[in-house]
Ligand binder design. Structure first.
Ligand SMILES: [Zn+2]
Length: 160
């Protein structure tokens, strides 16, 4: 796995770091080399989330999110966005391409592996599809808030 991905995993919630490293390793193995997974975003601070929320509202541009600071699973370190890096250089968000020629789209191979570990794909949502996004399943907001407080050694974690 690449360095960027490693760094982003190290900032996820401590309880999912080992799991996420396993998921990424499994995906990379399954994809057999041409396409490899990169995490483009993991933890997002409350401040970063508010900045995103402002786009298309108080700031210029097209809306990118409906979540304010604290309302995204990213703010708790339980979500990742990914892309595929092709031949070590080109980023791709193509969910249909089968680079390793095993009759299953590479992206969907990853979706399956994430699901095995209890991570839900944003592309499976009915109302608002978020294709690059995966998040840990079955965490209620109450559980998130509790976990957010239970983060010894997790310096960058924000609970506001
Ligand atoms: Zn996301």
């Amino acid at each position: 796995m690449d360095k960027v991905t490693q760094e982003r995993i190290s900032k996820l919630h401590p309880s999912v770091r080992v799991e996420m490293a396993k998921i990424i390793d499994s995906c990379n193995q399954a994809l057999q080399g041409k396409a490899q997974v990169r995490i483009t975003q993991g933890l997002r601070t409350i401040e970063e989330q508010n900045d995103l929320y402002a786009i298309g509202r108080s700031k210029k541009g097209k809306k990118v999110t409906n979540a304010k600071g604290g309302e995204s699973i990213h703010n708790y370190g339980f979500a990742v966005d990914i892309c595929l890096i092709i031949d070590g250089k080109t980023a791709s968000w193509d969910t249909a391409k089968d680079w390793d020629n095993d009759q299953i789209a590479d992206w969907m191979e990853c979706v399956k592996i994430f699901a095995l570990h209890g991570w839900v794909w944003g592309g499976s949502w009915i109302r608002f599809k978020d294709m690059p996004h995966f998040e840990k399943k079955n965490l209620t907001w109450r559980q998130l808030a509790k976990l957010a407080k239970d983060t010894s050694g997790y310096v960058k974690y924000e609970t506001k």
